[in-house]
Design a protein around this ligand. Structure first.
Ligand SMILES: [Ca+2]
Length: 321
């Protein structure tokens, strides 16, 4: 099942945007003071080319000055003690705002977008062991990266030109025309690569019937394609429909109660349609036991509490059996 987890690498070239930008220092933002940044672009870092201090408490607030402006944070380097020295990014002006990211370790994160007109960044290091820290640039715009010049900015949202998609129209719908393992379908709203039998993935580059390309990462579905990032969720693979079902989980801001299906043949997420006629079911459950994977759905509609639907939506043998 490891192959089901794809990576999402962005290839935007934005360096020119930040060529003449200074770097904020660590001092004033790490002594209990919040450093407020109102310039249209800038750089944030731990303020030292060497190791950051222990017990750091640093806070930066990027204020666009107007609501709904997009603030994009792009990392240049990221080296903090994994799981202990953490950089939090919020979409808003307080620590109670929506948490966009909780970052540590030495993997350079993907760009992060805040759409409220504020982005709050808080860095915490514990009492022992430090690393070389982080550096990131930010830019305030009507739309992120001006839609990569491959779309129009309308009410702070990118409307992408034909053939492109993504939060900032940065991705081609059919890269390399899906060759050599698929064809490009642009005839419908869900346009994209249609893979030949035996292949899957956004670009049809994942081989299903042999070990060609084994131990590599493949893009199955990128961010923003119908699935909310989460942790601590339940999941089960249903062989008969070649799909992965996922229930619930935790987003960092709250607990989810949704049921989604990822169809490997189409590389698409679909939301399970409840029989509660638009009401979110109160109870749902996904269960995996040792021998057989069961997918249960228990619905208890809010508006009609006596209605209870219970059934096995799918059942499959555990992978490998
Ligand atoms: Ca530490």
């Amino acid at each position: 099942m490891g192959m089901l987890v794809g990576v999402f690498k962005l290839t935007l070239v934005v360096g020119a945007l930040f060529a003449s930008v200074g770097t904020t220092d660590l001092g004033s933002s790490c002594n209990g003071q919040r450093l407020i940044l109102t310039d249209p672009n800038g750089t944030i870092s731990d303020g030292t080319s060497d190791y950051y201090p222990s017990t750091s408490r640093c806070e930066w607030l990027i204020d666009a000055g107007r609501p709904n402006q997009t603030i994009t944070l792009q990392f240049i380097r990221m080296e903090t003690e994994c799981s202990y020295d953490i950089l939090y990014v919020f979409d808003g002006n307080s620590l109670n705002s929506t948490l966009l990211a909780s970052l540590s370790g030495n993997t350079v994160p993907e760009p992060i977008l805040a759409r409220s007109g504020y982005m709050l960044i808080y860095f915490f290091s514990d009492e022992s062991y430090t690393e070389k820290g982080f550096e990131a640039t930010y830019v305030i715009q009507d739309c992120p990266y001006n839609c990569s010049d491959q779309g129009k900015c309308v009410n702070h949202e990118c409307q992408c030109d034909s053939g492109y998609w993504g939060d900032y129209c940065h991705m081609k719908i059919c890269p390399n025309f899906c060759q050599p393992n698929g064809t490009c379908d642009v005839s419908s709203q869900s346009s994209g690569c249609v893979c030949n039998e035996g292949h899957a993935g956004m670009h049809c580059d994942l081989s299903l019937n042999d070990d060609v390309g084994n131990k590599l990462w493949y893009l199955l579905a990128p961010s923003g394609s119908g699935f909310v990032p989460r942790t601590s969720h339940s999941g089960v693979f249903v062989e008969s429909s070649n799909s992965l079902w996922v229930f619930g989980g935790y987003t960092g801001n709250g607990v989810l109660n949704d049921l989604s299906k990822f169809c490997l043949n189409q590389s698409r997420w679909e939301q399970y349609q409840s029989s509660c006629h638009g009401q979110v079911p109160v109870v749902a459950m996904l269960q995996w036991n040792i021998e057989v994977a069961f997918l249960f759905m228990v619905e208890h509609c809010k508006t009609a509490p006596k209605v209870m639907n219970y059934g096995i939506l799918a059942q499959s043998q555990k992978a490998g059996h």
